[in-house]
Structures are given as structure tokens and as C-alpha cells.
Design a protein around this ligand. Structure first.
Ligand code: NDP
Ligand SMILES: O=C1OC[C@@H](O)[C@H](O)[C@H]1O
Length: 390
């Protein structure tokens, strides 16, 4: 049977666009996907058409592939099915709206938008226009993430009562990021939370929230956050969020009916200051019957352990370690691209693994963390007006 082919338009030519395109160009068969395939039909750069052309040549994208010097031209191309939005956070709302209004499906990089209000408008627009829309939280589509979620759903570690997730890089911040880079630049909605903390929240949500049936998922009942601003720009260099989730504990249970989580991110200290997880796991998912530990980095983990609780004096606790590979030497972004293809093939507007509602709840958590920590961005990039020239 012929595979379902998706025709991609790439919006922006920066770092992640490069990584995504490499994965799109990897033969799907190496990862055992014979039902879908990908073609890159157009690339746009907001700088110039020659920059887009240079990107096509440099990444060896097969011809024909159009090179555009504006995002407007890209979304007007009738040969494009879906736009991959690979611009800074500040621009996600305007760029995704541009694509949706032009009738294109959208895969938009994380963090979805600057705030939840913008995310809601994107989802409403996609629904109204009958278009697919997804936040590109690629980690959710790794076989490792799917396995961990399945283990939790099967009850392998009992009821999950606490999750601790850290995504911290330990950078020499002034030297590496300065003031202009998108990591710390408030004009580009920079900062640790939106760029890196989103992964800590991803692990909290995909283990404590997403593993429940849709009708039983409840947003956190309490959020407490602390933010440390970067002295040169005011963007956050460190954010820690404590969350409480109501659980669906059966009435005969002795448990409190609440699960707790800690989501952390820091630019100056590292999850793993040494090598090979010398500091221990980046994610601990703690249940009544044991624990799952995921080694970092949390955005691209390769290894996890399932540790069953020691029940008696004579019994040893069981530890099972699992390694997950990236076929074809890929980065791992192809799994989310395959998901987009399958959703388009099946006429779905959203992905079950990263539903709109969950993206919005996570944005609401980040809004609340920023409110408590006093972190605001310039009015224009927090705005829900469209179109707006940024
Ligand atoms: N999933 C993942 O693993 C990763 C995701 N990301 C996410 O991808 C997005 C982009 O990050 P990354 O690729 O590292 O960023 P880069 O700075 O490398 O690239 C961003 C690109 O966006 C375009 N752009 C449009 N307007 C602006 C503007 N005002 N300022 C700067 N760039 C602009 C530019 O492309 P052009 O000139 O061609 O239009 C630029 O090259 C972010 O949302 C980030 O969080 C980033 C890294 C990893
Ligand atoms: O999404 C990301 O994952 C990898 C990090 O290096 C990067 O800063 C971030 O944007």
C-alpha cells in the first residue's frame, strides 16, 4: 500500500528548522514507518529568498522546493499542506495565525505561544477553519515517552503521587546568551521557563495528567512558583513550580486524593553537572508500588528505569533499565512529524498525545507562574490582536 505523503512548508531557517528538516529527510522505513512519508516543498526566510535558497542547498533538500523571502508567500503556496513554525516564541501566535488564516495546517514549535489567551485563539481558529494544529512537543512522541505512559496506565508503579522533573543547563549565562539571544531576550519571549521549563512541565503533565482518561483529567488545583530574573534582561534565569493535582483515588483508598509535582528549570546550575547522569535521574515518577526514573536531558532522554518497591525483608526490589535508540541516527523529531502525517491522513484536527486542551492548561500554568514571579513580556508579544507587526 502506498504511504500517505505530507507536503511541508518550513517557516524560518534557524537552528531547530535545520534539525527538523534533517529528520524529515530521513527515510521513514529506518524507524519502521511505512504508512507515512514526507516531502519538503517550500522554505521561507523572513530575511530573504536567497537565505531560503541557501538553506535548501545546504540541507540538500531534494528539488523541486520553492524558496521564499517572506512567510506570506510561503502560506500562499498551494502545494504546501502543513507549515512548520520554527520562529522564536514571541512570533508563534502571529506566524501560526498567518498560516491558519491562509488555510494551512500547522505544527508550531514549543512553547506554543507566549500566553494561554493566544493559545486559545489559535485552537479556536483551527477548529473554525477545520485545520490541524499541534504544539511541537516532540518528546511526547518518542517510543520512550509512550512506554513510560503505558507503564503508568498499566499500574506498573501503582498510583503516581509525586513527580519531580528538572531541565537545567548550567550555562555561563552572560557569556553564552548575553542579552540579545532568544534564550534571554524578553522581546523574543526568552527565558528558562518558556524554553526549557516547558519540558519539566511536559513530564509532569504526561505522567500525572495525560495518563488519566480524558474525562478524569483535572488541571492543577494549586500552583506556587518562584522566579529568579536574569539581571541583564529581566527574563527568568531560574523557575521552580510546585503543583498539586487532584487524583481520582477510589473512595476505599487511604491516599490523600492529591498528587504533587515539582517542575524546575535553571540556566546557571545543571541537572547533570558531570557526565552520564552522575547526579541521578532528571525525572522521578513516584508511585505507591515503585518509581520510574528518566535520565536527562528531559527533552531527548535515551534511558529509563522501573524500580519496584521492596515489599518484604527478604525480597529485593526489582530494577529494570531500558535504553531507547534513535534509528537512522536521527534526532527524534521524525516521530512527531509522523504523528502529524497520520492525523492529516485520518482527518484529525488535533493529536491525542498533545491535545489542544492540554497545551492550553500548560500555558495557563506558565501564565500563573509568571504572574506570581512578576515576569511580563512586552505588550505587543503578549497581545491577542492579529495581524500585528512585531
Ligand atoms: N524542539 C526542540 O528541540 C527545540 C525547539 N526550539 C524552539 O524552536 C523555536 C526556534 O528556536 P531556534 O531555531 O533555536 O531559534 P533560532 O534563533 O536559531 O531561529 C529562529 C529563526 O526564526 C526566524 N525569525 C523570524 N523573526 C525573528 C526575529 N524577530 N528574531 C529572530 N529570529 C526570527 C529566523 O529565521 P528567518 O530569518 O529564516 O526567517 C530565525 O533564524 C523556539 O520556539 C524554540 O523554543 C529550539 C531548539 C530546540
Ligand atoms: O527545545 C529545546 O531543547 C533543546 C535545548 O537545547 C533548546 O534550548 C530548547 O529550545
Amino acid at each position: 500500500m502506498a504511504s500517505y505523503n505530507v507536503r511541508w512548508g518550513i517557516m524560518a531557517t534557524g537552528g531547530i528548522a535545520t534539525t527538523f528538516v534533517r529528520d524529515l529527510l530521513t527515510d521513514p522505513k529506518v524507524r519502521g514507518a511505512s504508512d507515512v512519508s514526507h516531502t519538503i516543498v517550500a522554505v521561507a526566510s523572513s530575511s530573504s529568498a536567497s537565505r531560503a535558497e541557501e538553506f535548501i542547498v545546504d540541507k540538500a533538500i531534494p528539488r523541486p522546493c520553492a524558496a521564499y523571502g517572506s512567510y506570506e508567500e510561503l502560506v500562499a503556496d498551494s502545494s504546501v499542506d502543513v507549515i512548520y513554525v520554527a520562529t522564536p516564541h514571541s512570533h508563534h501566535f502571529q506566524n501560526s495565525m498567518l498560516a491558519l488564516e491562509a488555510g494551512k495546517h500547522v505544527l508550531c514549535e514549543k512553547a506554543f505561544t507566549v500566553n494561554a489567551a493566544q493559545a486559545k485563539i489559535l485552537c479556536e481558529t483551527a477548529k473554525k477553519k477545520n485545520l490541524f494544529l499541534m504544539e511541537a512537543v516532540w518528546t511526547r512522541y518518542f517510543p520512550l515517552s509512550v512506554q513510560v505512559r503505558d507503564l503508568i496506565k498499566q499500574g506498573a508503579i501503582g498510583e503516581v503521587l509525586r513527580v519531580i522533573a528538572d531541565n537545567s543547563t548550567g550555562d555561563d549565562v552572560e557569556k553564552i546568551w548575553g542579552t540579545a539571544h532568544r534564550m534571554v531576550n524578553k522581546d523574543l519571549a526568552g527565558g528558562a521557563l518558556l524554553d526549557l521549563g516547558i519540558y519539566s512541565l511536559t513530564w509532569v503533565f504526561q505522567t500525572l495528567y495525560h495518563t488519566l482518561p480524558v474525562t478524569q483529567r483535572k488541571p492543577p488545583s494549586a500552583i506556587s512558583a518562584h522566579i529568579t530574573p536574569y539581571h541583564l534582561t529581566g527574563a527568568d534565569e531560574a523557575t521552580t513550580i510546585l503543583l498539586s493535582f487532584p487524583t481520582t483515588t477510589p473512595s476505599n483508598s487511604t491516599h490523600p486524593g492529591e498528587s504533587q509535582a515539582v517542575a524546575m528549570t535553571h540556566l546557571r546550575v545543571a541537572t547533570d553537572p558531570g557526565e552520564d547522569n552522575s547526579a541521578g535521574p532528571a525525572v522521578r515518577i513516584q508511585g505507591t508500588k515503585g518509581e520510574i526514573q528518566v535520565d536527562g536531558p528531559v527533552w531527548r532522554p535515551e534511558r529509563y528505569r522501573v524500580i519496584s518497591k521492596k515489599t518484604g525483608d527478604s525480597e529485593a526490589s526489582g530494577i529494570k533499565e531500558v535504553h531507547c535508540s534513535f534509528p537512522g541516527n536521527g534526532h527524534g523529531m521524525y516521530w512527531e512529524a509522523d504523528e502529524v502525517a497520520r492525523c492529516l491522513r485520518d482527518g484529525k484536527l488535533e493529536s491525542e498525545s498533545m491535545p489542544w486542551e492540554e497545551s492550553i492548561v500548560i500555558m495557563e500554568v506558565m501564565d500563573e507562574a509568571r504572574r506570581q514571579g512578576g515576569l511580563t513580556y512586552p505588550e505587543s508579544i503578549e497581545s491577542t490582536s492579529y495581524p500585528l507587526k512585531l
